[in-house]
Design a protein around this ligand. Structure first.
Ligand code: NDP
Length: 476
């Protein structure tokens, strides 16, 4: 008997996804470049299940019911192109190829065009939730050929996580749309994590709490409007002792954050599209700065800085910090959604922003209570230009801003770096400023480069001779 679907790539994600799909009643044929892994998988976790092993790509395609459906779960980048190149001679028009790895959306657009020429239907699918999600229900962001999506919608809906009964699997549009939404998910994830890390830093260095006390703070926050997976696991992490030393395990972990690049892609796209995303960008920079451990240790000696201990009322500070975290989180989502909006227009995807909020409600790393509110906001007004302007979030930002300002001001006075909390506040303040000093920038540009400016009192472009005698006019 032929298998329903093929899967290439048996690392953690591929294995778990194969088991998830099989559990939902589909037979799966699997292939991995290194054959021993396939053998080990079949003899181990896959034993007795409707899984067949293939040891070459022609063997894999031969095992599949037509039109063939083949999922790639290999390392993003060149390996995807290599596998596609090796598979293509064994595929026929009408076969469906799905790239379920963290591919860059521009790669997906390129591969989509290439495969369309061969008549192969291509889907670029973002899968979130780590290995646990892949096994028990991920959040699935689909882009590419719509006919292929319809063919596979039943499978996606069955293997996906559910939120209030609705599968967290949505189709977002042609070619790279799904991978773009996944990239923004990861960008927001970077920002969320950094905001929580800065809050932890303030609780530790400014307020002077012990790890167990901090765990309790995050546990309490998780019962309110900050309720989210990342706050929940933060409480658990802070409460975990190190088995060897008995000290909090988190304090035994080196403070150098690593990254795989999807946060960076989000920032690159923000620059490309001219959409401000400072919270997300600062989160990526913060990981970069953390990596400079040796330099930081030396600089700590060179620049002693102020006493980091907060002298005021602790309870009030905690309440203000909760507001700061919530407000900054709204800013980072506002930036992510502004990017989705701009990319949808730039790439012709007609992205449904409320779906982006719905697809992240369960199964993924940024799942959070307030995504329902975001879905509502874009459901009510699909043309909303910025999430901060939605009545619900507007009211929350107005209410949170006093505490937010106090926390950021205190952090600056105490010498504690809070790049994501602070840049969110600057984003907010810049956004709510009707008259920015950009008039001066325009004047400077016109002064040195004759770049022209617009006037406030009448239409048109203007240039002024700023100097009496132009000597060797600059042209930068
Ligand atoms: P990896 O990204 O570590 O990729 C390993 C897999 O890719 C192995 O099966 C490996 O085969 C295969 N591979 C690598 N290079 C080649 C090549 N040139 N030709 C053929 N096969 C190759 O695995 P993960 O399971 O961590 O991730 C898979 C995808 O899912 C990635 O795109 C990742 O970014 C994405 N993802 C991962 C998440 C996670 O939590 N890990 C979460 C969400 C998405 P071999 O065994 O022969 O080396």
């Amino acid at each position: 008997a032929y298998s329903d679907i093929g899967l290439v790539g048996l690392a953690v994600m591929g294995e778990n996804l194969a088991l998830n799909i099989e559990r939902q009643g589909f037979s799966v044929a699997v292939f991995n470049r290194t054959g021993e892994k396939t053998t080990r998988f079949l003899a181990g976790r896959a034993r007795g299940k409707a899984l067949a092993a293939a040891y070459s790509l022609p063997e894999l395609t031969g095992l599949l019911r037509r039109p063939r459906k083949i999922m790639l779960m290999v390392k993003a980048g060149r390996p995807v192109d290599e596998i596609i190149g090796q598979l293509l001679p064994h595929l026929e028009a009408g076969d469906i190829l799905l790239d379920c790895g963290n591919s860059h959306f521009e790669d997906t657009r390129r591969r989509n065009a290439r495969l369309a020429q061969a008549g192969v239907l291509f889907l670029g699918v973002g899968v979130s939730g780590g290995e646990e999600g892949a096994l028990n229900g991920p959040s699935i962001m689909i882009g590419g050929n719509e006919e292929a999506y319809r063919e596979l919608a039943g499978l996606f809906n069955r293997i996906a996580a559910r939120a209030a009964g609705t599968p967290c699997a949505f189709y977002f549009g042609p070619d790279g749309a799904g991978h773009y939404v996944k990239m923004i998910h990861n960008g927001i994830e970077y920002a969320d994590m950094q905001l929580i890390a800065e809050s932890y830093h303030l609780l530790k260095a400014a307020v002077g709490l012990e790890a167990e006390e901090m765990a309790e703070v995050f546990r309490t926050w998780n019962e309110g409007e900050l309720e989210s997976f990342l706050i929940e696991i933060t409480a658990e992490i802070l409460a975990r002792p190190d088995e060897e030393s008995g000290r909090p395990l988190v304090e035994m972990i080196r403070d150098q954050a690593e990254q795989k690049g999807t946060g960076k892609w989000t920032c690159q796209s923000a620059l490309e599209l001219g959409v401000p995303a400072p919270t997300i960008t600062e989160a990526v920079y913060a990981r970069g700065l953390s990596a400079l451990k040796a330099e930081r240790v030396e600089a700590a000696r060179a620049f002693p800085g102020p006493n980091p201990r907060y002298a005021g009322d602790k309870e009030k500070f905690l309440a203000a910090l909760r507001d700061a975290l919530y407000a900054a989180k709204i800013c980072s989502y506002a930036q992510g959604f502004a990017l989705l909006r701009a990319a949808g227009q730039a790439y012709g995807w007609e992205l449904d922003l409320s779906r982006a909020a719905l697809v992240w409600r369960s199964g993924c790393i940024i799942r959070a209570g307030f995504l329902d509110r975001i879905a509502e906001a874009y459901g009510k007004s699909p043309g909303l230009v910025n999430l901060m302007l939605d009545p619900f979030f507007r009211e929350r930002l107005n209410r949170a801003q006093a505490g937010w300002r106090r926390v950021v001001a205190s952090a600056k006075e105490l010498g504690i770096a809070t790049p994501a909390l602070s840049s969110s506040l600057d984003y907010f303040d810049g956004y709510r400023t009707a008259d920015l000093p950009a008039n001066l920038i325009q004047a400077q540009r016109d002064y040195f480069g004759a770049h022209m400016f617009e006037r406030t009192d009448r239409p048109g472009k203007f240039h002024v001779v700023w100097q009496d005698e132009v000597q060797g006019a600059g042209n930068n």
